[in-house]
Design a binder for this molecule. Structure first.
Ligand code: CMC
Length: 390
């Protein structure tokens, strides 16, 4: 006999766990809006921090609000030297996503007594701390993975420029920012800023619902994002393209293997729980892929391979009947690669992009007096009562 059981809903396909004012998606029509603003308009015209403010506080910032927000973030970029030692305690080949989530969790130990979810001053300061320090941790995770020394943040630089320098600068030489690359990366990060109740955001909310602080919640969100069905797909797409190219297998044959579900092989970067039409983010990324590679002077045959794969899949009954279209991860990897990021850093970039959304959703839940601890039901399918042999 089940008690308290309502409905079985694997993967929460039909269950809303919250109300939210932040992001609107119409998956049938391929629409995505942050606080009412269409994603294409924001990606084209806004800055990353402007969109972060919009997501967190509900309206576009005034000039003064944005300047103050930017300034406060710049003042919080330094990591405690003790935290920097954390990186050298991990194997140099450690995956940057594991380093990022662990270091985010470790970050909270520097703010004991300053992370109370019921203290608005703590909450607001930790939004600034996380926005300021996570890109630095991410860049150090990248540097650790390639065995290079860390640079101190340069707070005269903007958010994205600083991040690029921390990733690609080296101690001995001045780093020249490429404005084309900086703007291209900023646009990609804006596209990732929020996506309503996806797996990592739901994780952030679930952890936050227990009264856990922003550091614990964001760290858990990073773990959830790392999986290949979620943010880890951008890394998996590049691996898939690389394997097809190296094996010499035809794209058509690869697609046949996907359709036959041979060895569980999937077309990574395709399909989405919510979009049953072209992912509006993927549309923008695809448009900019050619442009960015061209501007960066990169000619990557993997981009042509990705296009061929897309073309074949979109004209195939298997993908059409299941409404499978490219998602945001299908073309981003090719651009990140052209920028010089190693494949293993791609999902870290997704995390830096998604951070404002996680913070906005955590804060919205924290301020919602209707929110309760998240606690799904189950349908028990095990043994009935048994007697332990006396
Ligand atoms: N390749 C081949 N078949 C697929 C794919 C794919 N990428 N995606 C879904 N299908 C098939 C699936 O096998 C199923 O077929 P059938 O009805 O014969 O069993 C049908 O389409 C429905 O798929 P589903 O698995 O029930 O759909 P879902 O909503 O549970 O999963 C998904 C969504 C994104 C996990 C899935 O499409 C997938 O695994 N895609 C590849 C991984 C990927 O690109 N993830 C990034 C998502 S977007 C970025 C983000 O927000 O994280």
């Amino acid at each position: 006999k089940q008690t308290g059981y309502t409905a079985l809903d694997y993967g929460f396909v039909n269950t809303a766990a919250t109300r939210s004012d932040i992001t609107y998606i119409d998956g049938e029509s391929g629409i995505l809006r942050y606080r009412g603003y269409p994603i294409d308009q924001l990606a084209e015209n806004a800055s990353f921090l402007e969109v972060a403010w919009l997501l967190i506080y509900g309206d576009l910032p005034t000039e003064d609000e944005l300047a103050d927000f930017d300034e406060r973030i710049r003042r919080h970029t330094l990591l405690h030297e003790d935290l920097k030692r954390f990186f050298s305690a991990l194997p140099s080949g450690a995956h940057p996503m594991a380093v990022l989530s662990s270091a985010t969790s470790a970050l909270s130990t520097f703010y004991e007594g300053k992370t109370d979810p019921d203290n608005p001053e703590h909450v607001e300061t930790n939004i600034i701390r996380l926005l300021a320090k996570l890109p630095v941790i991410a860049a150090y995770a990248h540097k650790t993975s390639i065995g290079q020394a860390f640079l101190y943040p340069d707070n005269s630089l903007g958010y994205v420029e600083n991040f690029l320098r921390l990733n690609f600068g080296v101690m001995s030489e001045p780093y020249e920012i490429d404005p084309v690359m900086a703007r291209a990366l900023e646009r990609l990060l804006i596209l990732h800023e929020d996506h309503e109740q996806n797996a990592s955001t739901s994780t952030v909310r679930l952890v936050g619902s227990t009264g856990a602080d922003q550091f614990a919640s964001v760290s858990a969100g990073i773990h959830a994002l790392s999986g290949p069905l979620h943010g880890g797909a951008n890394e998996a797409v590049l691996q898939m393209l690389g394997q097809i190219r190296e094996s010499g297998e035809s794209v058509q044959r690869f697609v046949e293997r996907v359709k036959n579900k041979e060895d569980g092989v999937k077309l990574m970067g395709f399909g989405h729980r919510v979009y049953k039409n072209y992912d509006p983010r993927a549309k923008i990324v695809k448009q900019s892929a050619d442009e960015v590679l061209d501007q960066l002077g990169v000619n990557d045959p993997l981009l042509d391979l990705a296009k061929e794969l897309e073309e074949i899949a979109l004209n195939d009954e298997y993908f059409q009947s299941r409404n499978l279209y490219p998602n945001v991860d299908f073309y981003t990897g090719v651009i990140y690669k052209a920028m010089g990021f190693p494949t293993r850093v791609f999902t870290v970039l997704f995390a830096i992009g998604r951070l404002p959304g996680w913070l906005a959703q955590w804060r919205e839940q924290n301020l919602d007096n209707k929110s309760k601890i998240g606690r799904p039901q189950q349908l028990y399918t095990g043994e009935p009562e048994r007697r332990y042999p006396a």
